[in-house]
Design a protein around this ligand. Structure first.
Ligand code: DX5
Ligand code: ZN
Length: 331
């Protein structure tokens, strides 16, 4: 799993289709962050690959997240099978003729991430009616249907920032994916467009090439593209980095985290090394993703200060009532 900002989703479309389990084992060992599963029905696209049954069989081969990319005309008809197969996210195409909203709602109701993908010729504005239901926008930089095609740089340049705008309603968590033609030549450009997840297929399955080295190289190039193309040369914040924004007694920490999570931002509460309270228990640390630290602090500072004061009053009260316990041993 990577430490940088960019995430690598390995597509197994161009692997040995007679041994998909082995392909998954290989990309996991190579350091891919998740598996990108290209489902094609020979109707929406001129190719036929695999479906929910195959994905279900592959599910027990890895704990990596499964991103299903459904290039099928009737995802609504089969969505339960893909959810049952254990997909962590399901992305359908906005160009399909059947109703889209019910399928997105079904994906979200199952607690998975819902996405929409667009062919190169489809404008980002096509996503507007569904924006509030989306966790993923997948920009196709090849015509969907086959791996190993050439990367369409202009398409990504035209759409990447508008795709970010689709998530304006979200404080955290929306992902822009790029799919098609990503390799060591196109990775840096993709990073400079600010994408979060790059799908990599054929570039990983080049005979005689070290797959692990390719994953590391492509991830480093994407992050470098972001650093110099978008971030004034400042290295990007690692995606999984969490930062401490407060130390509070447990019950106060839980109240604070509920407030923050109500805004759609994940919170982690960890036993810290702060002060030991009169009840013998140390303060807990409240952590949020480093990528949204500034937003959280600006939005929740008054509440934090209020809870810090309440916690202090609680400590004084315990001491005044003589309810002071010896420090509890750290577990
Ligand atoms: C194409 C698929 C892509 C493809 C990517 O329709 O959606 O995910 O497998 O493969 P490369 O990286 O070879 O373009
Ligand atoms: Zn795909």
């Amino acid at each position: 799993m990577g430490t940088g900002r960019a995430r690598i989703a390995a597509s197994i479309l161009d692997s040995d289709l007679g041994n998909l389990g082995n392909a998954i084992r290989r990309v996991q060992a190579a350091g891919a962050d998740r598996i990108h599963l290209d489902v094609m029905d020979a109707h929406f696209v001129p190719n036929l690959t695999f479906g929910a049954k195959t994905i279900k069989a592959l599910r027990r081969r890895t704990r990596l997240a499964f991103d299903a990319h459904l290039m099928i005309s009737e995802p609504g008809r089969y969505i339960d099978q893909y959810l049952d197969a254990g997909c962590d996210s399901v992305t359908i195409h906005v160009e399909i003729e059947e109703p889209i909203e019910p399928t997105l709602r079904a994906i979200k109701a199952a607690g998975r991430a819902a996405g929409l993908s667009l062919r190169p010729g489809t404008p980002i504005s096509a996503l507007e009616p569904y924006a509030t239901l989306l966790d993923i926008v997948m920009i196709m930089t090849v015509e969907p249907g086959f791996g190993g095609q050439s990367f369409m740089a202009d398409v990504l340049k035209a759409k990447a920032f508008a795709a970010r705008g689709v998530f304006a309603h979200k404080a955290y968590g929306g992902e822009v994916h790029v799919d098609g033609g990503i390799n060591r030549e196109s990775a840096e450009f993709a990073g400079a467009q600010g994408v979060d997840v790059v799908v990599v297929g054929s570039a990983l399955f080049v005979r005689g090439r070290d797959m692990g080295r390719e994953v590391r190289l492509i991830r480093a190039l994407v992050d470098e593209g972001y650093q110099y193309g978008l971030n004034d040369g400042i290295p990007p914040i690692p995606r999984d980095k969490m930062v401490r924004i407060a130390g509070l007694p447990l019950s106060f920490a839980k109240r604070f985290s509920r407030d923050i999570e109500a805004g759609g931002i994940p919170v982690v509460i960890l036993r810290g090394d702060g002060q030991i309270n009169p009840d013998g228990v140390r303060d807990y640390d409240v952590l949020v993703p480093a990528t949204v630290e500034a937003d959280v602090v600006s939005r929740h500072a008054p509440r934090r200060d209020q809870l810090l004061e309440e916690a202090e009053a609680w400590r004084r009260d315990l001491i005044a009532r003589g309810e002071v316990a010896p420090p509890r041993p750290e577990l």
